[in-house]
Design a protein around this ligand. Structure first.
Ligand code: ADP
Ligand code: ASP
Ligand code: MG
Length: 453
C-alpha cells in the first residue's frame, strides 16, 4: 500500500435514497487512486425508526414495533430494485429478508425482556448500518468499484457500555490494520457500517448517536490515513447552525481545537469524539457536501490561523440544566471541589460549563438521567438549586482569549438578554455562555448578523 488511504464517511442523508446512493458511488469512484475506505451511516431516519420500534416492543407490542419498520425496509428494496443487477439484487434481498427475520426475533425478545434491554437496543439499532453498508458495497460494485463489505463489529472492540461504548484502542487498531491493509493492498475498497462495534463477549455495541464519524476517525487513525472525509448534506462546518441562519457560510479552515469545541457544543455536523483520533495521528479531516462534491468544504488541521474578526463559528446546544451549589464550607477549603466532582463521576455525568465564586459553583449538564440522585448527594455539600430550560452558546475562534474588546462587542450585541453563566479563558479558542432556551435563536441570529454579515 504505497498511497495513504482516504477514509470517506457518508452520513444518513448522503445515503437516503436511490439518487443519493448513486451519487456516493460516483464520489467513491472519483477517489479511485487513493485507497478509499468507505464508512456509511444508516439510511436517514432508519436509526430513529429502529429506536421507536424498540420502544414500542418494550411497551409490550413487538409485532407493532416490527410493522412500523415496513416503509424503511421498502426504501432499501427500492434502491436495490433501481440500481442492482438481477444476481446481486437477489442476494441483497435475501440479506434484507434475513435481517427482517432477525429483527422480528430481537423485538420479541425485547417484549419478553429475555435479555438486558440495553444490550437488545444496540443489537436492534445496528441493523441500520448493517444494511446500509451491504447495500452501498453492492451499489458501488455495480458501478465497477471492487468493494468488499466488512462487518465493523469485527474490527472495533469496545467496553460494555451499551449505547455509548468506548473503543479498546490498542486491540481495535491492530484489528483494523490486520483486516483492512491486506484488502487495500489487493486494490479492494472496504465498505463498513459506522457506529456499530462489539464487546469482548461478541455482543453488538454502539458508539453513541452520530457515532459513524467516530468510526471513520478510528479507522483513519489505525491506517495512518492521508485524510478523513466526512461527507454530509451541507458544505462543511458553517458559521452557525444553518437551521437558524440560512445565510451561514462555510468556514474554510478550522484547527483541531476549534473543531472540537464546536462539535462538543452542538455543531451536529461533526461528532464530538471524531477529532481526538485525528489529533493523535495528525490526520487532516475534511467536511464536505455529498450533494455538491466539487466544493472543497472545511479542512480541519493542526493549525488554522486567525480569522479577520477572530470568530470562526458559533455553536449552540439546547436542553441544558444549570445546577448551583452554594456552601460556606467552600471558603478557604481545598477538598470541596474534589468532593463535588466525585458525585458526578459516581453517576457518570459529564459537566459542560463551570464557573465558581468563593462560596458557590454553577455548572451545566446536558445529560440529566441521574439528576435526582446527584442532587441528593450534592445536598450533603450545600444548598442546591436546579434550573432547567437553558442553552449553551459557544463562540469559537483561534486567538479569542487574547483579543481585547471582543467580549464587549459580543455582549453589547445582546445587551438585553440575561446571561446566566459565562466561561471564558479556559481554552484560548472559545467563549461560552448560557442563556434561556427561549432566547437562543435570537441570540445566535444577532451574533451571526453582527460578525458574519
Ligand atoms: P450526517 O447524517 O451526514 O451525519 P448530521 O445531520 O449528523 O449529518 O449533520 C449535518 C447537519 O448538522 C447539517 O445538516 C446541519 O443542519 C447541522 N449543523 C448544525 N450546526 C452546524 C454547523 N455549524 N455547520 C454545519 N452543519 C451544522
Ligand atoms: N445512524 C447513527 C445515528 O443516526 C449513527 C450516525 O448516523 O452517525 O445516530
Ligand atoms: Mg452525523
Amino acid at each position: 500500500m504505497n498511497t495513504k488511504p482516504t477514509v470517506m464517511k457518508f452520513g444518513g442523508t448522503s445515503v437516503k435514497d436511490t439518487e443519493a446512493f448513486g451519487r456516493v458511488a460516483g464520489i467513491v469512484a472519483a477517489e479511485g487512486g487513493t485507497n478509499p475506505v468507505v464508512v456509511t451511516s444508516a439510511m436517514s431516519g432508519f436509526t430513529d425508526a429502529l429506536l421507536d420500534a424498540f420502544d414500542i416492543s418494550r411497551k409490550g407490542d413487538a409485532s407493532a414495533g416490527f410493522t412500523s419498520l415496513g416503509d424503511h425496509f421498502e426504501r432499501h428494496r427500492a434502491v436495490a430494485d433501481s440500481i442492482l443487477g438481477s444476481k446481486s439484487k437477489k442476494a441483497f434481498l435475501a440479506e434484507l429478508d434475513l435481517a427482517k427475520e432477525e429483527l422480528s426475533g430481537l423485538l420479541m425478545r425485547v417484549e419478553r425482556r429475555s435479555l438486558p434491554l440495553q444490550m437488545l437496543r444496540d443489537a436492534v439499532v445496528s441493523y441500520g448500518e448493517q444494511l446500509a453498508s451491504r447495500l452501498l458495497a453492492d451499489v458501488c460494485k455495480e458501478k465497477g468499484i471492487r468493494t468488499r463489505q466488512i462487518d465493523a463489529r469485527r474490527l472495533i472492540l469496545t467496553d460494555d457500555e451499551y449505547g455509548s461504548a468506548k473503543p479498546v484502542w490498542d486491540e481495535t487498531e491492530e484489528l483494523i490494520r490486520l483486516e483492512l491493509k491486506t484488502l487495500l493492498d489487493d486494490g479492494e475498497v472496504p465498505v463498513l457500517g459506522g457506529f456499530i462495534a462489539s464487546n469482548r463477549a461478541g455482543e453488538t455495541t454502539t458508539l453513541g448517536r452520530g457515532g459513524s464519524d467516530y468510526t471513520a476517525a478510528l479507522i483513519g487513525a489505525a491506517l495512518g490515513a492521508g485524510e478523513i472525509q466526512i461527507w454530509t448534506d451541507v458544505t462543511g462546518v458553517l458559521t452557525c447552525d444553518p437551521r437558524i441562519c440560512s445565510d451561514a457560510k462555510t468556514v474554510e479552515v478550522l484547527s483541531y481545537d476549534e473543531a472540537a469545541e464546536l462539535a462538543y457544543f452542538g455543531a451536529k455536523v461533526l461528532h464530538p469524539k471524531t477529532i481526538q483520533p485525528a489529533v493523535d495521528y495528525e490526520i487532516p479531516v475534511r467536511v464536505c457536501n455529498s450533494h455538491k462534491p466539487s466544493e472543497r468544504g472545511t479542512m480541519v488541521l493542526a493549525e488554522s490561523g486567525l480569522s479577520e474578526n477572530r470568530i470562526k463559528s458559533i455553536a449552540h446546544k439546547t436542553g441544558i440544566t444549570i445546577l448551583r451549589i452554594s456552601s460556606a464550607r467552600m471558603l478557604g477549603s481545598y477538598g470541596f471541589m474534589s468532593a463535588l466532582f466525585q458525585v458526578f463521576e459516581r453517576f457518570r455525568t459529564v459537566i459542560d460549563v463551570i464557573s465558581t465564586s468563593e462560596v458557590s459553583v454553577a455548572l451545566t449538564l446536558d445529560n440529566t438521567d441521574s439528576i435526582g440522585k446527584i442532587v441528593t448527594e450534592l445536598e450533603r455539600l450545600g444548598r442546591v438549586d436546579v434550573e432547567h430550560g437553558y442553552a449553551v452558546v459557544c463562540i469559537v475562534g483561534e486567538g479569542l482569549r487574547a483579543s481585547s474588546g471582543l467580549a464587549s462587542r459580543i455582549f453589547s450585541t445582546i445587551d438585553d438578554v440575561n446571561i446566566s453563566l459565562i466561561s471564558h479563558g479556559a481554552s484560548s479558542v472559545n467563549l461560552t455562555f448560557v442563556v434561556s432556551e427561549t432566547e437562543v435563536k435570537e441570540v445566535i441570529s444577532r451574533l451571526h448578523g453582527k460578525f458574519f454579515d
